[in-house]
Design a protein around this ligand. Structure first.
Ligand code: BGC
Ligand code: CA
Length: 339
């Protein structure tokens, strides 16, 4: 009996902390951010963005409630409903489906809670314009593909033996990220366009996309390609992110094949692969600054201030209400600077 009473007392004491009765920062003096990551399985989101959001939230003195959407947009919709019921002061949302922003924006608007979208930019036309308290933090997606492409063109021109069949054309395979994700779409197009812009013809031997941008996908597809009819013809491996490149590198090693390979993100493991001469280049996707910008905008919005007031972030002037953190080329010449 006494035990039951103690448990009940403990539950009662915890209730205000769960936010069930908290009415936001105006009431309890602490800004609470309801946040998610589209999938805790994602190398970049889980390895860079999430830890920096956790670290930086305590530096800012805000409460961060961060959940795993497990790659399911329906799950994220429910999580947003729960955050709104709990009375969070602001939402920081990593869409699962970039084409499902409008419904999240509508929920935030109906509850009059500011919303920061990050990492996956809304793709529905007009979605961002539907609410005056929604902003985006990410990158200029095309920039990563352009930088990756420029690196590959420079290296291709400097290594005539990479053109194995000597036909002046790049026979490449592409490991693409999530179809419909602005980063994946832009990287896939821009990386190849760099060759054609430089007057070098290209021949796509294979392309496989993975909504999870995963190492397993990179490993499986690369292993299959190497043993396929065109396996011996592959001259270049282009990856939309490091995670998939890690798998491809593994498959290349297992088959004892060496091919030029490039990716995007500049995770610690990628820098090690560059040091080991297993990766030719990557592009820094500055998740640390994306995480900080997300929380800076969230805090400002929760306090009713201008989104970038008192920060060094700059909003795009193109009407997308976005802070875009720049990408940086990472090569065998400069990778030590990023360790
Ligand atoms: C990163 C990928 C990641 C994706 C998740 C991209 O910006 O480069 O590694 O999987 O975001 O949305
Ligand atoms: Ca060739």
């Amino acid at each position: 009996m006494r035990k039951v009473f103690l448990v009940a007392l403990a539950v009662l004491m915890l209730l205000p902390l769960t936010g069930a009765f908290a009415g936001g920062e105006k009431d309890d003096g602490v800004v609470t951010i309801g946040a998610n990551i589209y999938s805790f399985q994602d190398n970049f989101m889980n390895g860079v963005i999430k830890p920096e959001m956790e670290r930086y939230s305590s530096e800012l003195g805000v409460k961060l409630d961060i959940v795993d959407s497990e790659g399911q947009q329906a799950k994220l919709n429910d999580q947003v409903d729960v955050f709104i019921t709990k009375g969070v002061d602001v939402l920081a949302i990593n869409l699962v489906d970039p084409a499902s922003a409008a419904s999240i924006i509508a929920k935030a608007k109906a509850a009059d809670i500011p919303l920061i979208l990050f990492n996956k930019e809304a793709t529905e036309a007009g979605a961002m314009g539907a609410y005056d308290k929604v902003w985006y933090v990410g990158t200029n997606s095309a920039e990563s593909g352009i930088i990756q492409g420029e690196m590959m063109v420079a290296d291709w021109n400097a290594n005539s033996d990479w053109d194995k069949n000597g036909d002046g054309t790049v026979q490449y395979v592409m490991l693409k990220g999530e179809p419909g994700h602005p980063d994946a779409e832009a990287r896939t197009i821009e990386s190849v366009k760099a060759f054609t812009d430089a007057g070098i013809s290209v021949d796509e031997l294979a392309l496989e996309a993975d909504p999870n941008w995963s190492t397993a996908h990179g490993n499986d597809k690369m292993a299959i390609w190497l043993t396929s009819a065109f396996g011996k013809d592959i001259e270049l491996v282009i990856c939309n992110n490091d995670g998939m490149a890690f798998g491809a590198i593994n498959a290349l090693k297992a088959a004892n094949v060496q091919l030029p390979i490039y990716s995007v993100d500049a995770l610690a493991q990628a820098l090690q692969h560059i040091a080991d001469k297993e990766l030719n280049g990557t592009v820094l996707n500055d998740g640390v600054n994306q995480a900080r910008a997300t929380l800076d905008l969230a805090l400002n919005a929760a306090m009713g201030k201008g989104a970038v007031d008192g920060t060094s972030w700059v909003l795009d002037t193109d009407g997308t209400k976005a802070v875009r953190v720049p990408y940086v080329a990472v090569t065998p010449l400069n990778f030590e600077d990023f360790r």
